[in-house]
Design a protein around this ligand. Structure first.
Ligand code: SAM
Length: 442
């Protein structure tokens, strides 16, 4: 049993006996510095923040340190339950202090992905620990990581709990097994993997073939996917992408690109994107046809990103900050011919891009999301023109937010017909999305 083999590390025993009162500053290009940044971000997530917000605090840091910290924080959170189980086995008393705990989680992740540099990783983690709590955890960090290296195989093979083995919460795994008795291992494996980087070419500015040629000229290997998409062999910083700031392409998962493909917008239509921020799908709709688009989002800060993204791409929409459910506050009474309802959801289809979501959600959040989704769908339906189409979309794989939601709506709404339905499960090339295209009888 993993826990019975715990080595009792008393942290007072391991505390470094004498430390300089004011340790010299860490070099910004050191692993210790990135570990420290990552630990602070992971600790913030363990305290309830989402990871992008936690990492946004690093805006003033050098780009290389930010990138390294991001990789460490994402990696540590992807396998959080495994790291936590290892710490439970390695430390007799649970470590209550969030930053040292997060530092250990980040260091364990780095040890797994850079085993050849194990001793450097341990030394750098100890250096980083010197900047936390007046260095009180240096000895503990040193002892835990060295013990881990000594006992790695035994510890890893002793991980028997579902969460530690599959890197997902137990309730989440239960739901996946129930909904997908055969496919759940693939969903879990995809969720634990690294996401590919995919682009959407702005067809108003450049053809996909032209853009593929520009990528090839820049030495970036890529292949086409879907109607407007490109998959890169290896992720790139956006400033390495030809013409990115001139609006030639956007970063968007191929699964997300299905939305504009399914909604089949045509020039002249009045179109609503009711949950639009940061504007990825709205931009795709506008790239495909000259529509009059209203883009709503309830979150003012996120709504500003719609304007930024459309501006970069040379596109325009009427952007409004409003709750889609409060129709009287934002609707002028003229029906829409197309509506995209890309509703807030559990994000259970995109955990490889948002590994923090797995640990921030609670099981009863799913019923909460389902209730909000039901309200948004019900509120939007009267704004759809007869003969018009509404695309209900989530980035979830839980049926309660998808098929069950739409089945309930169809049962209650006699004028709604389901004309297309897709459940994309996350896999190599794309994330997990659900789409239901509903048409209103004339
Ligand atoms: C899945 S995201 C949308 C992603 C976006 N369609 C895209 O492709 O870039 C869901 C969005 O719904 C917004 N939202 C949540 N509740 C809302 C509501 N009641 N009314 C309008 N927007 C809402 C959130 O702020 C969030 O930006």
């Amino acid at each position: 049993m993993l826990h019975s083999s715990a080595i009792s590390l008393s942290y007072s025993r391991l505390r470094t006996p004498s430390r300089p009162a004011a340790p010299p500053a860490l070099a910004a290009d050191s692993l210790a510095y990135s570990l420290l940044l990552a630990a602070r971000a992971v600790a913030a997530v363990l305290g309830g923040s989402n990871l992008p917000d936690a990492l946004a605090g690093h805006a003033g840091e050098p780009a290389a340190a930010r990138a390294a910290a991001q990789d460490l924080a994402y990696g540590a959170l992807r396998r959080f339950a495994q790291g936590d189980a290892l710490l439970a086995a390695l430390i007799a008393r649970p470590l209550a202090q969030p930053e040292p705990r997060a530092l250990l989680l980040c260091a364990l992740y780095r040890l797994e992905t850079r085993p050849e540099a194990a001793h450097t990783v341990v030394d750098q983690a100890v250096e980083a620990a010197g900047r936390l709590a007046n260095g009180a955890f240096r000895g503990l960090v040193n002892g835990v990581l060295r013990n881990y290296l000594r006992r790695r195989d035994e510890l890893l093979s002793g991980l028997t709990g579902d969460e530690a083995r599959h890197w997902h919460p137990a309730w989440w795994l239960r739901r996946l097994r129930t909904a997908y008795p055969d496919a759940w291992p693939g969903i879990v494996a995809a969720g634990n993997g690294l996401p590919p980087m995919a682009l959407r070419v702005n067809r108003r500015r450049c053809s996909r073939d032209d853009y593929l040629a520009q990528l090839a000229a820049a030495g970036i290997a890529a292949r086409p996917t879907g109607t407007d998409g490109i998959l890169l062999d290896r992720p790139q910083p956006v400033d390495a992408l030809p013409g990115f700031f001139a609006g030639l392409a956007s970063v968007q998962d191929p699964g997300a690109q299905r939305a504009a493909e399914l909604l089949d917008v045509a020039a002249g239509q009045r179109v609503l994107d009711a949950c639009a921020a940061p504007g990825g799908k709205a931009a795709h709709l506008l790239e495909r046809a000259d529509v009059a688009l209203t883009a709503l989002d309830v979150d003012a800060r996120r709504a500003r990103r719609i304007e930024e993204n459309l501006g970069r791409l040379g596109l325009a929409a009427t952007v409004r900050v409003a709750d889609a459910r409060q129709v009287r506050k934002w609707w002028d009474g003229v029906p829409f011919e197309r509506i995209l309802a890309d509703v807030p959801c559990s994000a259970s289809g995109v955990v490889r891009r948002h590994p923090d979501a797995k640990w921030l959600r609670r099981e009863d959040d799913i019923a909460g999301f389902a209730a909000t989704q039901r309200q948004i769908l019900g509120a939007l339906w009267p704004t759809l023109a007869p003969g018009g189409k509404l695309l209900y979309a989530t980035c979830s794989v839980f049926p309660e937010e998808n098929q069950e939601q739409v089945a309930g709506f169809l049962a209650a709404e006699a004028r709604a017909e389901l004309v297309a339905e897709e459940q994309l499960l996350p896999q190599g090339d794309h994330d997990g999305f659900y789409y239901a295209l509903l048409q209103k009888a004339r």
